[in-house]
Every structure is written in C-alpha cells, then in structure tokens.
Design a binder for this molecule. Structure first.
Ligand SMILES: Nc1ncnc2c1ncn2[C@@H]1O[C@H](COP(=O)(O)OP(=O)(O)OP(=O)(O)O)[C@@H](O)[C@H]1O
Length: 621
C-alpha cells in the first residue's frame, strides 16, 4: 500500500500521485501532512529545496476543502507567474481523479478576462501573484469571505519584490479565522518576521538544520579574473557536454546580455527575466522544460521555486546579493532526491563571500580549476564517441545508403575507419583550442586578495565612484527612500550629498555611498539596532552593474561551442541548403568544402581573439 494512504490521503489522490512517481512521502510531507489535515493551526514548514513542499500543502488542501461548494476556499500566494502556473499545474495533477475540483491561476501579463471568467464559473483554489490578485479584488470580482486557508509560498521573495502592501490588502479580505501556512527552504530573519506578522502562534516544523542547503548538491567554485569570466564560463560549459543548466546573473541586463552572447556563440541558450513579455517567458520556459534549450539564463526572481526535472548544473555567473538566494539558486538542481552541481565563478575578491555561503549552507565548496583546452577536447571527443556508440540507427532509412557507404570505405579497415571518425571531430577541437590560455586567476592574485579576506570584498565596487551597500531594512520596516536617507546619514554621520541611488525593497534595501565613505558607514553602523534587531550593512555583490562591463569581458573572452544536439531543427538538409547563413550550418558547409579534417559545426571562437578579429557571423534567430 502506498504510504500516503496512512498519512490520511484518499485513494483517488494517491492513485494520481503514484502516477507522478510519489511512492513514499518526503520527510516534510510525512511530518506536515498529518498536522495540516487537522486544519487547526497556522503553520511554518522549513525544508530543503526540491523536497516536495508543494505537495506538502497541496495534498492537505485537497483533503480539507469542500468541492461540492463552488466558492474560493483556499488562496495560494506566490511571487511569479512561472511559479503560479507550476503550482496550479501540480495541484491539478494531484486532483486529476477527483470531481468538481477547480483551480485557477491568477497572474499578471495574461488576459484578465479569461481569469475573471474562470473565477465566475466557480473555483475553490486560487493560486495567485499579489498584483493581479489585488486588481481582481478591487474589481469586486471575487469573494474571499469564505476562505479557510491561505498559503504563502516563497513569502520572502514576495516581500522583496515590494508586494507587502498588496498582500496586506489581499489578506484583509479573508476571514480572521482562516489558517495561514508558510513554506520555505530558508528562514532568514525576514521570514520569521513574516510569520510573526501574518500568523498566530504557528506550528513550526523544520526538517534538518535550518537554512542548510540540499545535501545532494556538490558546490564548486572557480577563481578567474573579471575579464576572463565569460570565456571561463563557456569553457566550463564545454567541459560538460551533457549540461542542462540554469545560469544565474544578478541583473536583468546582465541576464539578457549573457544569453544573447551565448546565442551568438552558438549555444542553445535563452534568458528568463522580468522585462520579457509573458509570451516570451512562457515560450522560454516551455523550451527549457522540453530540453530544447540547454542553458537557461535567469534572474533570482524569475527562477525562484522553479521545478524542472534533471537540471544537472546551476551556475552562479554572479554571486547573489543575498546569501539565502544562493540556497534557492542551487536548489534548482538535485531535486526529488537526485544529485547536482552548483558552480560559482568568482574573482579572488569574492572568496570571503564563498566562506559566508559555506557557513550558511553548512557545506564546503570544492575549489576547482578551469579546465585546459586539451581537457575540453578530450571530454568532447569521448562524449562524441559515446554518442556514436549509443545512437539509435534508423535501419529502414539508412538501409538504402549502406551499399554506397560500404563502397566508400572499402579500402579502409575497422581501425582506420574509427580513427578517421574520431579525428573528424578531434582535429577540429584541437585546432580550435590550440591557443587556449589558462583562465585560472594567477595564484599571486588569489594570495593577495585572500589575505585581504572580507576586506577584499569591500573593494568589489571596482572603478565606480560609488559603492553599493546592502542594509537589512526596507519597506516592511516602513522606510521610504527619504526616511532611509535620513536614517543612514544620522547613524553614519555622512552628508546626504555623498549618498547615491537608494533602492528600497521589501525586507532590505540597497544604497550607494561614495567609495571614501564606505568604512565610515560600516563602522558607524556597528552595534546599531532597529526595534531590537541588529542592523546589517554589507557591501553588495560586485558593485553597481554596468552593461558595458559585461560586454568588454565577452569581447576578450571569446570561446564557444556550437551545440548540435538537442536543438530545435537545424537539420542536415538545412545545413546543406543554407549556404552558410547560420553559424552552425555555415561552418559545416565551409568546412566540408575545405578538407576532410575540419568538419565544422563544433567549437568556435575559442582562440580568445577579440570578436572584431573574427569573421562576422549572423545570429541564429
Ligand atoms: N513524495 C515524492 N516522491 C517523489 N517525488 C516527489 C515527491 N514529492 C514531490 N516530488 C517531486 O519533487 C520535485 C520537487 O518538489 P517541489 O517543487 O514541491 O519542491 P520544493 O520543496 O517546493 O522546492 P523549492 O524549495 O525549491 O521550491 C517535484 O518535481 C515533485 O514532483
């Protein structure tokens, strides 16, 4: 018998989740389901990423609601539409054998009329992002007066996005006696505050140690010079031929730029961030889920909570500003008991940050070396041979060509044929990587910066006049920009004129101060408390983002490998007919005409030559 039955889940649901491969409850499900089924507590559930928190609240909701009634009884709030659709889809899957279960996804960027129509028809479970939900409430198009349960998923992210007031307004339309459940992978002090604000004496369940990362993830870091970052990143990708990864950048601009460069360099990559239209985002997610994209380049917000099967690598192209976000990022791999690798590409000044992350996730990073060009060649060669070995032969189609193929090879023995097939790729790889520079930061760099330790991070603002600082106060603490400016100046005794941009978020904010004032601000804030809580000031990430810096790194970086597998289309015929229009195909044609030894398609631009020195290529899309 499926053990979910013993937890109190009915057969119809158990049959449906069995089909999804849920044979045993995960620890958070095992512990939380019996508590939630009593329906009598507010609840906080903390468990590592990818351990099934959606079902931990979704299954009890299906048990507790009355599906004979067609009014909203449960509201799930989450930060992004991707997550909203994912949760809706998950709950619908659990309920597929039940009658009259209506779940609606309410999120911005899509037709509100469709959503209103679905609501009008009658729903019991509403899964929503706060902005659109409030819009619908303001139109008086939904009645939450009989809501029994509210679930806050990724609540800290919702507040960071500035949804505090919206959430307050939404919850004010639900009855006081409803129960509120909060699930999270991390418990920053901000989440604790949320629990305090929205819950009454919640039952708290923590699986394992608080805030620790998923134990199935291996963490690696690579130290490179800033100007080599893009090339190093691509070499890491090239060294993992079967990579199916999510790459995190810090800003939307950086995300877009890296994705565009990767596409130009022939990778199956695309970006996911908040400046894309809903249609674009949906399309990207669909392609990624179907694995026709190999690399998804994303911001923290866009990829929070995303559950895609078998992500092999998470790459931190830039480290996150908030350490908790590292846990959420790396948690996109190693889901549902699988394993995965999380990689950070850092400069030597960021070693201190790696140590901080290690303390938070409770696991050590492995220091890795950027592979040499030769290592990559070898990896790609054997990956190719492996593919040749395992390829499914279409006997019917190939049959007609066999006599001609045999005739072509009649003067070669088996060993010679194998050597030639292998060389076809290997020659090109060698050729491509022959001048590959060592991309690891020189040891003396690391030593110097390592000695400076945390102080080194402080200099990360680089050449900008201003340094961007993080403060753990935000709109939740009722600060607006003016208040925060006053608060900073009063406490650190600096003039308001030397403060640059102030960016107030939900539970934290960023502000810029001139480089010369950084020490004074940090020192004068030592020991300062706000409402009994220690005020934290930290240097933020890599300083103010500048679109230009990414561009110059890439120009120097070069590199790139033309993905041929897994992509959508781009078939042999098109290759032959395209006349060299697209890089991949063009390369193939050109190379075929040149000599047997350089088959084309494979590695590109590795030489590290500036882009301008390379032949012009057209984009693929
Ligand atoms: N009991 C189970 N057995 C097998 N697979 C499961 C089980 N429960 C959930 N899963 C699968 O595990 C994956 C992760 O689940 P889910 O997205 O709910 O994780 P999560 O804990 O919410 O993660 P995150 O904190 O990253 O949002 C999903 O693909 C889900 O289908």
């Amino acid at each position: 018998m499926n053990p979910f039955i013993n937890l109190g889940i009915r057969h119809d649901i158990v049959n449906a989740i069995s089909e999804l491969g849920f044979e045993n409850p995960t620890p958070i499900q095992e512990q939380s389901i019996p508590v939630l089924l009593t329906g009598s507590n507010d609840f906080v559930g903390l468990a590592q990423t990818g351990t099934g928190k959606t079902a931990a609240f979704g299954l009890p909701l299906l048990e507790l609601l009355d599906f004979e009634e067609n009014h909203p009884q449960a509201l799930v709030l989450c930060p992004t539409r991707e997550l909203c659709l994912q949760i809706t889809n998950d709950i619908k899957n659990y309920a597929k054998n039940m009658n009259n279960v209506h779940v609606v996804a309410v999120y911005g960027g899509a037709s509100i009329q469709d959503q209103l129509r679905q609501i009008k028809r009658g729903v019991q479970i509403v899964v929503a992002t706060p902005g659109r939900m409030l819009d619908i409430i303001n139109r008086k198009a939904i009645d939450f007066s009989k809501v029994k349960f509210v679930v806050l998923d990724e609540a800290d992210e919702m507040l960071n996005m500035g949804f505090q007031e919206d959430i307050d307004s939404i919850l004010s339309t639900t009855p006081d006696e409803k129960k509120t459940w909060l699930f999270s992978a991390t418990m920053p002090s901000e989440v604790r505050r949320i629990a305090k604000k929205y819950m009454d004496n919640p039952f708290e369940l923590t699986m394992g140690e608080k805030n620790t990362g998923n134990v199935n993830i291996d963490h690696e870091y690579y130290v490179v010079r800033a100007r080599d970052k893009y090339a190093a990143f691509k070499r890491i990708v090239d060294n993992n031929p079967s990579i199916f990864g999510i790459v995190f950048c810090r800003t939307k601009i950086e995300t877009q730029e890296i994705a565009e460069s990767l596409m130009k360099d022939g990778y199956n990559a695309d970006s996911l961030h908040g400046d894309l239209s809903q249609q674009q985002r949906d399309k990207v997610m669909k392609r990624y889920r179907e694995r026709s994209l190999q690399l998804l380049i994303a911001t923290d917000v866009a990829a929070r909570g995303i559950d895609v099967n078998d992500v092999t690598h998470v790459i931190n192209y830039s480290l996150p500003d908030e350490i908790e976000n590292y846990t959420h990022r790396s948690g996109r791999t190693a889901r549902a008991g699988k394993t995965g690798v999380s990689i950070a590409i850092i400069n030597s000044k960021e070693l201190g940050k790696i140590r901080q992350i290690e303390r938070t996730i409770g696991k050590k990073f492995i220091k890795a070396e950027i592979p040499t060009g030769f290592d990559v060649c070898e990896k790609q060669l054997f990956s190719l041979l492996h593919k040749v070995h395992n390829v499914t032969v279409n006997e019917e189609q190939i049959e007609q060509y066999i006599p001609r193929i045999m005739d072509e090879f009649k003067d070669l023995d088996k060993e010679q044929i194998i050597k030639r097939f292998a060389s076809l790729e290997f020659n090109r790889f060698l050729d491509y990587y022959q001048n590959a520079p060592d991309l690891n930061a020189p040891a003396d760099d690391r030593m110097r910066d390592g000695e400076r330790g945390e102080r080194g991070m402080r200099d990360a603002g680089g050449k900008s006049e201003y340094t961007r600082l993080f403060i753990n106060l935000g709109s939740v603490d009722e600060f607006n920009r003016g208040d925060l400016l006053g608060y900073i100046c009063n406490n650190s005794k600096i003039s308001g004129r030397t403060v640059g941009k102030i960016d107030v978020k939900g539970v934290y904010s960023f502000f810029e101060v001139s480089n010369g004032d950084v020490d004074q601000v940090v020192n004068n804030f030592k020991g300062v408390e706000f409402k009994g809580r220690e005020v934290r000031i930290e240097i933020s990430g890599e300083g103010t983002s500048s679109p230009r810096s990414g561009g110059s790194e890439r120009r120097e970086g070069g590199g790139g490998y033309q993905r041929r597998e897994g992509g959508s289309g781009g078939g042999y015929n098109r290759d032959r007919n395209s006349g060299g229009g697209e890089r991949r195909e063009g390369g193939f044609n050109r190379d075929r005409n040149k000599s047997a030894g350089s088959g084309g398609g494979g590695f590109r631009d590795f030489s590290g030559k500036p882009r301008e020195e390379r032949p012009e290529r057209r984009r693929r899309f």
